[in-house]
Design a protein around this ligand. Structure first.
Ligand code: 8X3
Length: 257
């Protein structure tokens, strides 16, 4: 990992190689943070780091799987500073109903979304506390508070992240770290639906068909940046963010529908 020692506050973003993670990293760099980009794919992280550095900001990369407990611990121990942690790594696998779902898929979703957030938060919490004004972002989903057919495993994991965020906020009360949960609805990113549909691009594209302006990664990055840049005593507990065309989980307006 290259150094971020510049005197600027440091933001660590997991899943920073693409989608919401990459957009958030770039946006936080614009806000004056030095970035530590965490993810599994070095070339993706390097591309995001280049984009940040091209704007005169600092970005270090850390190739890391958030489900690897020992590697996450080691990462936390060698980091010198962390003011903001964005727990973004995660995602959905499969759309099978409960009747036929593969428990292995549920396990992976729980491990990446919930245990990944838990482990990275545990590893960085000492630095967040010692920063004097730390912020933990938990990127959950509207699936964190509702369920839908074929989304059981993902929703279970996102409900788990919601429980983690709420519990942590209470447990940290009195210490200088706030916990902000951001719950996006329909966001059109390069990989989210493609992973959910196991690479089936036609089914993935159909999710957004006819929807007037699904959210994009920059919309969520904008919301995260807003929450992070509130004065330190202001804790935006929980933000639900959907496109205007999605009034509720199943209430999506589609042209020609
Ligand atoms: C993504 C939102 O509607 O696919 O987290 O569950 S949804």
């Amino acid at each position: 990992m290259t150094s971020t020692s510049s005197g600027s506050p440091v933001a660590v973003v997991t899943g920073a190689g693409s989608g919401i993670g990459a957009a958030t990293a770039v946006r936080l760099a614009d806000e004056g943070y030095s970035l530590v980009l965490v993810g599994r794919r070095q070339e993706r992280l390097e591309a995001v780091a280049k984009e940040i550095e091209a704007c005169g900001r600092r970005a270090a990369i850390q190739v890391l799987d958030v489900t690897d407990a020992a590697a996450v611990r080691a990462f936390g121990l060698q980091l010198e500073r962390c003011d903001v942690l964005v727990n973004n790594a995660g995602g959905a696998i499969g759309t099978e109903e409960v009747e036929t779902a593969d428990p292995a898929d549920w396990r992976v979703m729980y491990e990446t979304n919930v245990l990944g957030s838990l482990q990275v938060t545990q590893a960085l919490l000492p630095l967040l506390v010692s920063s004097g004004n730390g912020t933990v972002i938990v990127l959950s989903s509207t699936a964190a508070f509702t369920v839908y057919e074929g989304g059981g495993g993902y929703s279970a994991a996102k409900h788990g992240q919601h429980a983690l965020a709420g519990t942590l906020r209470m447990e940290l009360c009195g210490r200088p770290v706030r916990v902000i949960e951001v719950a996006p609805g329909m966001v059109h990113t390069e990989e989210f639906s493609l992973n959910r549909y196991r690479g089936d691009s036609a089914r993935s594209a159909a999710v957004y068909a006819g929807v007037d302006q699904p959210l994009v990664a920059d919309d969520i990055a904008d919301v995260i940046a807003w929450a992070v840049t509130r004065p330190a005593h202001v804790n935006v507990d929980f933000l639900v963010v959907r496109p205007r065309a999605q009034a509720a989980q199943h209430k999506v307006h589609r042209a020609d529908a």
